[in-house]
Each structure stands twice: as C-alpha cells, then as structure tokens.
Design a protein around this ligand. Structure first.
Ligand SMILES: Nc1nc2c(ncn2[C@@H]2O[C@H](COP(=O)(O)OP(=O)(O)OP(=O)(O)O)[C@@H](O)[C@H]2O)c(=O)[nH]1
Length: 298
C-alpha cells in the first residue's frame, strides 16, 4: 500500500478543547490544558506514526483579535498552520456562544477539506447538538460533522480513519520515531506555565513567560540512576506581579515548583531537581526583541 502523510491543523476559538483533542488523538500529553482561555501560545506538532502513514497534527492558539504583540505572534502561528494544512479539524464548544466570524474568515475560501467537531457534548442536550449540527452544516458545508467529547474520549473513533482518507500519498515528513517537533526543554517550560495558569488569577498567567535556563543530566550517587537538574526563569511584567507570584514567604512559588516538578518527573520519567527564579521585564509582551528571544518570531 502507498504511504500517506500530511498536516492536520486543529483550529478554533480559545478554550474549546483543541489541546485536549490533540493529546487524545496523539496519545501523548503534549499540549498543556487549563480551564483558562489562551493557554496555548505556540503551534505544537503531535505526530502519529504507523508503517503506512504519518499524520502530523498541529495544536494552535485559539483565534482572537490580537491586542498586543504576543497575541499577534500567536495568530501568525495559526495562519502558518493554515497555509500548509491538508485537512482542518475545526473545534467548536457547544456551550459557548463564541463569535466565530474571525475563524470563518480564516477558513472559508481556502479549499482545505474541513471536519467540524462540536465538542463538550457531555454538557449538552441532544436538541442542542442537533441544532448545532444543522447550523455548521449550513455555514461551512464541511466534509463531515461530529458531536464529541474530547475530555471523555467520546465519539472520536471514526475521526482518524476519516482524516487518513483525506490525506495525500506522500513520504513521511518527520522521522518515524518522532512524536513532536519540540524539545524536552520546551515541554518543561510549558508544564511550569500550566501550573502558573492553574494557580493564579486575572492577568498573572497572561503576563508570564517561562524560560528554561539550564537542563543538565547528573548521575546520582551510589548507582541510584540519573537525575535532571533544571533551572527556569519566570518572567513577569511588573514588580507587583513578581510579589504575587512568589507569595508570602515564597509559599506560592514553592507550590508551583512542587506541582511542576511532579509533572516533569512523570513526563521525563526521571528524578528532577527544579529551581525557579522570578524576573521582571517591563512590558515584555509588547517588545519584539523579547518575543523573538522567547520563540515567538514566526
Ligand atoms: N466538559 C468538557 N470539558 C472539556 C472537554 N474538552 C475539553 N474540556 C475542558 O475545556 C478546557 C479547555 O481545554 P483546552 O484543551 O485547553 O482548550 P483549547 O481550545 O486548547 O484552549 P486554548 O489554549 O485557549 O486555545 C479545559 O478545562 C478542558 O478540560 C469536553 O469534551 N467536555
């Protein structure tokens, strides 16, 4: 049988469940997930390899009207993923009344086969589901529409086969051993960022970036195996944010550090020693040079 390969972009508004879906489809916990909108800031690839195919999924930031440079970069990642997509998985949340015009603007007239996934139906009535299916059928005329729950892995069964049908014959784009394009360092910084999204409110998560400064493998004494020593910097925009991040007597930062370390140990399957520092860079989200050095130059 001929080999198939291609790019499948997962797109939609913030918080609809794109990262949850990608992790289920790829079978790895690659993208971080939080109840807050705009958790995903980059385009992250999740690769599914079999002998006769390679599907390269892209998780992308939720589509918004950008208000500052960081969000502009986030939207350029979305545009990039639309340029090379062979198939689109458009995810929409059945319970949220998003204004989807900006999404439609991006995907209509592109001539990319589109599958609509109406997500979070575990929280909806059948009537609502039927109504939304009719709505999206009329609006997008997609290849097919599925009412799913990514969180509960419900109704996802046929989607891989459908995607595969739509992919062209092509050699693999990536090594067949790879399951992502990102480094361990990147995932470590994402896990720390996830814990910040989960532990702080209001503007703190959105004003924060995490940079892994060092990542060193060390031998434990007495033949007890390896450990990884990681040092990471948490960047915020103002002194007041730094104080909140650290918390009274360092309590909050300690909590974030412990939660992150536990998760990083699971991810790397090694013992980890994690050190966190907080640094203020005024207005970094609007400064092109910082955005570039943090990986947002697209
Ligand atoms: N009830 C329910 N919640 C879900 C489902 N899928 C995802 N969620 C929740 O929705 C929230 C957002 O999920 P994400 O996967 O981070 O959403 P996203 O679209 O990647 O979000 P952005 O990073 O803002 O683009 C999380 O709290 C998920 O647990 C679902 O099928 N049912």
């Amino acid at each position: 049988m001929a080999h198939k390969a291609g790019f499948v972009s997962i797109i939609g508004k913030p918080n609809v469940g794109k990262s949850t879906l990608m992790n289920v489809l790829v079978g790895e916990r690659l993208s971080i997930i939080t109840p807050k909108a705009q958790t995903t800031r980059h385009r992250i690839l999740g690769i599914v390899n079999e002998e006769d195919y390679q599907i390269v999924f892209s998780d992308t930031p939720g589509i918004i009207k950008p208000k500052y440079s960081l969000q502009e970069s986030m939207m350029s990642f979305v545009n990039g993923s639309l340029t090379d997509a062979d198939v689109l998985l458009f995810v929409t949340d059945i319970n949220e009344e998003h204004d989807e015009e900006d999404v439609l603007e991006k995907i209509l007239n592109r001539d990319i086969p589109t599958i609509v996934l109406i997500n979070k139906i575990d929280k909806a009535l059948q009537e609502q589901v039927d109504e939304k299916i009719a709505y999206w059928q009329e609006k997008l005329k997609p290849v097919s529409i599925h009412a799913i729950s990514a969180l509960h892995n419900h109704n996802l069964d046929g989607i891989m086969d459908l995607v595969l049908d739509l992919l062209p014959e092509h050699p693999a784009y990536y090594d067949k051993e790879d399951y992502t394009d990102r480094s361990e360092r990147f995932f470590v910084s994402e896990i720390i960022r996830e814990k910040i999204f989960l532990n702080y409110q209001k503007e703190i998560p959105y004003s924060t970036e995490v940079i892994v400064k060092s990542f060193k493998e060390e031998q434990l004494k007495h033949g007890k195996g390896d450990m990884i020593r990681i040092s990471a910097e948490i960047v915020v925009e103002r002194d007041s944010q730094k104080n909140i991040l650290i918390g009274t007597g360092g309590s909050m930062l300690k909590k974030v550090g412990t939660e992150a370390r536990t998760e990083i140990e699971k991810f790397l399957d090694k013992k980890v020693f994690l050190e966190l520092f907080v640094k203020v860079i005024p207005d970094w989200r609007s400064k092109k040079n910082y955005l570039k050095s943090f990986g947002y130059d697209n």
